[in-house]
Every structure is written in structure tokens, then in C-alpha cells.
Design a protein around this ligand. Structure first.
Ligand code: NAD
Length: 459
């Protein structure tokens, strides 16, 4: 992959800042046109994007069209349609005596933003934040992941053909390039990736007091209430787990199920696995591969260190594929429960009952997502009240991500800030308050001016 010369980075940032200062990105019709251009870029080059992403991670084309190209086209067009409404100043409701001041909240673009994206959904995670930046009227640099180099190169070629290069630029590179970018001052940094690097980003941003959005991961649990249809719970869990071969921020990381039902759930998982991948997941072209030999080695090591029983799967042959693997009787202190798995391993952690499962979730970091299979309304309320997570999906893991109108983000160790449609617009906007006090308000002001005589306070 080419890299952007490090010495060019300050100049690129300065060019964007100058465009912002000159007001290039301010007019709403201009932003709308750029959003529609972004949709055109995704739509017209969908084949090329699918091929690039297949080269990077072996992602099936269906998944690219559905989860990446389709999402970008849809969100760009929806944002273009809604933009005028989002960008409108809002006059706030106030007591009668302040009404003449016209107290208003203006949606001001923050300025020039830095978007740093990971490799697992390279298109959606680099361009979804960009949609919000464009909508808000910001300039932005997009730094796609060096681990998805075909996508990154393609984006760098295509973006200037569709968007105004005076406002939006792609920087290619890895750690040295990001390190240089982080030395510069930005008006917002939007980072998606892991918690370790998030600390580097936050520390660098703090030096300039730059606001940051951190879209991170974590261990998203699945709780199964055994009164739910076990076969359906297993099928839906397996589908979510196998998206991008488990390399998905909101993938079901582990399952909590009363021990009385553990074996039934595992049998149902096995049946669904045979249905989804009749030749086995290692031979299937309906599942992505592992992104790099390093990530493959990390997962092989996890498999070597676990003390839990493998009930099916376990094949790790080569350096790019890992079989969907399910583990039973996993204990809280097993290596599989240390950190985010980010691969096709599914540990089943048996619990005494649902309360035990809730206590388990409460004892750990807030996950990015919490999944619960139950039709018990009281239990749903209890879970919403007693736990915390970035989002919750009852009865179908990851489906909350499919509702564009909902905010998507983490809490605590799974990140802060959120995105999707208006939420992304808000992320890149500053809510600027204004009042416009008429001269005629002067009689009401008499009491505030010194000297503060007793007479004034009688009134
Ligand atoms: P990655 O390795 O591609 O890194 C992400 C970005 O950080 C890249 O652009 C990379 O260049 C940059 N980077 C890497 N090392 C750096 C360093 N030392 N200093 C500065 N920048 C650096 O991706 P990743 O972190 O492996 O991504 C996977 C993680 O992202 C998982 O934890 C996953 O859960 C999380 N994730 C979260 C979301 C979300 O929306 N919440 C979405 C996808 C992935």
C-alpha cells in the first residue's frame, strides 16, 4: 500500500482548515450535494469495493453489499434528505419576559475533523462518520486501516473524483502517519478501534483539548432464558457470531445459559452450523477469513491456553482460517473470558439461573451490546434497569445496528459518544447558544446595574 508522505500531513490539514475558514463547507445545499456524491461513489463502485474488501478480508460480496455499500448509500441519502431540518436553528421555549431575546441554538460545524477507522468493516466505519462530518459542515481527513489496504487504496483513488478535495482527504498509512496526525490540532477526532489504541488517541487529543468520539469493542454477552425457543436463540446467535467471522465489534462474545439447558443450546448451535455451512466453515465462501496471520496466531494461542472443553470446531490449519468453535463449561477465569475474542470462538458459560447471569454481566465492564433471549416482559425491564451496555437487542443479536435512527455507541470501556444519522450530525456539530436582546428590554435591566441600592431590590 502507498502511504501519504508524513511531511505532507501538516499541509493537508492546513489546506482543509483554510477551506473551512473560507466557508466552503457552510452552505447546506453544498453539503447536500457532497452527501449525494458520496452515495454515488458507493453505488457506482460497489463491485470494486466488494472486490477490494474480499481481497482484504475474504468478506462475502453479499455481506459487503448489505452491511457496507448499502449502509453508506442509505445513510448518505437519508442524511441529505434530512439535513435542512437538522441544520435549522432551534428557538428554545423560555419564560415570557425572555421571549423577545429570541434564545436560539445554532448547529455550528466544529471545524476540521480526523476520522480514524479500523479494518473489520472498512467502508462503513470510515464513511459513516464522514457522512456526519459532511452533514455538519466540517472538513475531514479519513485515515482508513492499513490492515485493509485494497479498500484504503481504492478509497484514496475514488474519493477525490466524487468529493471536493479541498474539504475531504484520505491519508494512507499506519502508526507513523497516525502518530503525526495526532500531533496536529483537530476540532474533533472520531476513532473506531480497540481500547488500547483509544488510550493513545485520547491522550494525544487531551493535549489540544480536542473532543473525541471513541467507538470501541468489548465482550458482548448473550443471556438465554430457557423458556425461549432454544433452537431459534442458537440460530440467531450463530448468525450474528459468524458475520465477518466473529470480527465484528458487537459480535456475541459469550453465552450465559442455565446449566440445565447448556447441552440443548450447544446441540442447536451445531445443527445451525451444519445448515449454514454444509461443507464446514473452513471450506465455506459464505464467511470471511481472519484478517492477518498475527490475529490468526492470537486466536490459536487463545485456543491453546483455554482449559474449557471444545464441543465442536477447533480447526486452525493455515494462517487465515479458523473454524467456528464452541466451548462448554467455560469458567469466568478462563483465558477465553479475559478480553474481546474477535474471532469465531463462542464460549458457553453455564450459570445457576437468570439472576446469576445478570450478576455476571454486572460484575464486568459495560459491554458494547447486551443480547437477551426472552419473552418475559418483567425480565426485559429488570435487565434494562439492572445492567448497562452500549445497546441492547432482545431476541435477535446485533439487530439494533440495523435501525439507522437509533444511536450506536459504547459506554465505559466500550467507548463514548455515538453515531448514526442525526447522532453523527450532532457529533460533528457544536450547539451554539445565542440571544439577541432588544434595546427595548432596558427598563427590565435597571435593577442589575450598580450601585445595588436597597431601593432597587424592593421592586
Ligand atoms: P486497526 O488495527 O485497524 O486500528 C484502528 C486504527 O488505529 C487504524 O486506522 C490504525 O492505523 C490506527 N492505529 C493502530 N495502531 C495505532 C497506534 N499505535 N497509534 C495510533 N493509531 C494506531 O483496528 P483494530 O483496533 O484491530 O479494530 C478492531 C477493534 O475495533 C475491536 O476492538 C472492535 O471491537 C473495535 N470496533 C469497534 C467498532 C464500533 O463501532 N464500536 C466498530 C468496529 C470495530
Amino acid at each position: 500500500m502507498h502511504t501519504t508522505p508524513i511531511s505532507d500531513l501538516p499541509t493537508i490539514r492546513d489546506t482543509l482548515r483554510a477551506s473551512f475558514k473560507a466557508g466552503l463547507t457552510r452552505p447546506v445545499p453544498w453539503r447536500t450535494q457532497q452527501l449525494l456524491q458520496l452515495a454515488r461513489m458507493a453505488q457506482e463502485n460497489r463491485e470494486a469495493f466488494a472486490e477490494a474488501i474480499a481481497l482484504d478480508i475474504g468478506k462475502p460480496k453479499t455481506e459487503v453489499y448489505f452491511a457496507e455499500v448499502g449502509t453508506i448509500v442509505k445513510r448518505s441519502v437519508m442524511s441529505a434528505r434530512a439535513l435542512e431540518n437538522w441544520a435549522k436553528p432551534v428557538v428554545v421555549d423560555v419564560p415570557d419576559w425572555q421571549k423577545a431575546w429570541k434564545p436560539t441554538v445554532h448547529k455550528a460545524p466544529k471545524g476540521t475533523a480526523l476520522i480514524i477507522a479500523p479494518w473489520n468493516y472498512p467502508m462503513v466505519l470510515s464513511l459513516s462518520p464522514l457522512i456526519g462530518a459532511i452533514a455538519a459542515g466540517c472538513c475531514a481527513i479519513i485515515k482508513p486501516s492499513e490492515l485493509a489496504p485494497h479498500y484504503a487504496e481504492l478509497l484514496a483513488q475514488l474519493l477525490p473524483k466524487y468529493l471536493d478535495a479541498a474539504a475531504y482527504r484520505v491519508v494512507l498509512g499506519g502508526v507513523p502517519e497516525v502518530t503525526k496526525l495526532l500531533e496536529l490540532q483537530w476540532d474533533h477526532i472520531f476513532y473506531t478501534g480497540n481500547g488500547r489504541i483509544a488510550r493513545i488517541i485520547s491522550a494525544a487529543a487531551a493535549k489540544h483539548l480536542t473532543p473525541v468520539t471513541l467507538e470501541l469493542g468489548g465482550k458482548s454477552p448473550v443471556i438465554v432464558d430457557p423458556s425461549f425457543d432454544i433452537a431459534l436463540a442458537a440460530k440467531r446467535t450463530l448468525w450474528a457470531k459468524t458475520q465477518n467471522c466473529g470480527q465484528f465489534c458487537a459480535t456475541p462474545d459469550y453465552v450465559l445459559i442455565p446449566r440445565t439447558h447448556q447441552d440443548a443450546f450447544i446441540a442447536a448451535l451445531k445443527a445451525s452450523c451444519a445448515e449454514f455451512f454444509p461443507q464446514g466453515s473452513m471450506k465455506s465462501d459464505s464467511i470471511s477469513r481472519i484478517i492477518s496471520p498475527e490475529h490468526h496466531a492470537r486466536l490459536v494461542d487463545l485456543l491453546r491456553r483455554t482449559k474449557s472443553q471444545v464441543v465442536f470446531g477447533g480447526n486452525t490449519e493455515g494462517d487465515s482460517k479458523i473454524e467456528i468453535t464452541v466451548f462448554k463449561d467455560v469458567s469466568a477465569d478462563d483465558s477465553l473470558m479475559e478480553g474481546e475474542i474477535f474471532g469465531p470462538f463462542l464460549p458457553i458459560v453455564p450459570v445457576d439461573d437468570i439472576q446469576d447471569a445478570i450478576d455476571f454481566v454486572r460484575s464486568r465492564d459495560h459491554p458494547l451490546a447486551l443480547y437477551v433471549f426472552t419473552e418475559n416482559a418483567a425480565l426485559k425491564h429488570q435487565i434494562l434497569d439492572e445492567t448497562m451496555s452500549g445497546g441492547v437487542a432482545f431476541n435477535d443479536p446485533a439487530q439494533h445496528l440495523g435501525v439507522d435512527e437509533l444511536p450506536f455507541g459504547g459506554v465505559g470501556q466500550s467507548g463514548h459518544g455515538n453515531q448514526s444519522l442525526k447522532y453523527t450530525f450532532d457529533t460533528f456539530s457544536y450547539e451554539r447558544a445565542s440571544v439577541d436582546v432588544p434595546k427595548e428590554a432596558e427598563p427590565f435591566n435597571a435593577a442589575r446595574y450598580p450601585p445595588y441600592t436597597a431601593e432597587k431590590f424592593k421592586a
